[in-house]
Design a protein around this ligand. Structure first.
Ligand code: CU
Length: 301
């Protein structure tokens, strides 16, 4: 429907943004109304925004019926945390599928065994759109003989489909991932997520904590604390003020904190993982005698 109304309300929004916040509020209501009208119209085939803005295709692969497309911000996968978008194209109609239920399964094929890694469920980015979003934390990089593949299982109108492909997962240049056994005997994965573009500022920090239940299951760990101590080893190992350790706002969510970076350059973010009782399961306090923790992230900007 109604490109005219949509265009008109966009124009309205643009003009009113210059004016008062009350006018702005009215314009937003008009926009919401317009989008709501569009999404209830079955003949609407255009998306309200360009879904692929800021995304680059990683690769695509096929089965008999569909093409699976993988996207990320930089068009690459690598060891560590990866935010990934998927869409499914019907080969016959060339249309992108909007009503699929999708699950995925990353698997590393090593010489002596196979294993998975932490990964999320896939959810639709926008109800009216075609993109499905999730994350995978690749715990190891590929090498010449060992590789990852990604299996996509999905249901469309009650029919099951599957597609699988090898994927490229090179090592990351900086350390963004720690896998270790804690003093409680549990194997943990602690991954760096954000900031992806650090600034000289107090940055929003996001990290993830998972445990290895077995080779295939890596559930998220709830209620722990990731203590951070960012240091510049090249400058007397100085630290920075106003850091905030990473914790969860709610169980099942990623961990957030504040990462203070007072200048550009190479930073080592020393870590300690504390359980729900505050016991340190891994990592050391940095002192004059202890230059770094055994678990850490690295950034350079
Ligand atoms: Cu492996």
């Amino acid at each position: 429907m109604n490109n005219f109304i949509q265009a008109a309300s966009l124009h309205l929004l643009f003009k009113l943004q210059m004016k008062t916040s009350l006018n702005y509020f009215v314009a937003v209501i008009a926009m919401v109304f317009t989008f709501a009208s569009c999404s209830s119209d079955d003949n609407n085939t255009t998306n309200p925004t360009n879904e692929l803005d800021g995304l680059v295709k990683i690769q695509q692969f096929d089965n008999d019926s569909h093409t699976i497309e993988l996207y990320s911000k930089n068009g690459l996968l690598q060891q560590g945390y990866n935010d990934i978008n998927i869409r499914i194209k019907d080969k016959q109609s060339a249309a992108y599928v909007k009503n699929a239920t999708i699950t995925w399964k990353p698997l590393m094929h090593m010489t002596m065994m196979t294993h998975a890694c932490p990964y999320s469920a896939l959810t639709k980015t926008n109800a009216a759109g075609t993109l499905y979003n999730g994350f995978i934390v690749f715990t190891m990089p590929q090498n010449t003989t060992e590789y990852w593949d990604l299996e996509i299982n999905y249901i469309i109108d009650g029919v099951n489909y599957t597609a699988i492909s090898q994927i490229d997962v090179p090592a990351s240049a900086k350390r963004t991932l720690n896998t270790f056994t804690g003093t409680d005997g549990t194997k943990y994965v602690v991954a760096y997520i954000e900031p992806t573009a650090p600034k000289v500022a107090v940055n929003d920090l996001k990290v993830g904590v998972w445990k290895m239940e077995n080779m295939m299951n890596f559930p998220m760990v709830n209620g722990y604390t990731v203590k951070i101590d960012p240091r510049m080893p090249s400058m007397g190992n100085h630290t920075s003020p106003n850091n905030v350790n990473a914790v969860q706002a709610n169980p099942g969510e990623l961990y957030t904190g504040k990462l203070s970076l007072t200048m550009t350059g190479y930073w080592k973010i020393n870590l300690q993982l504390a359980n729900t009782s505050g016991e340190i399961l891994k990592g050391e306090t940095v002192t004059d005698a202890v230059e770094a923790s055994s678990i850490f992230f690295e950034i350079e900007f």
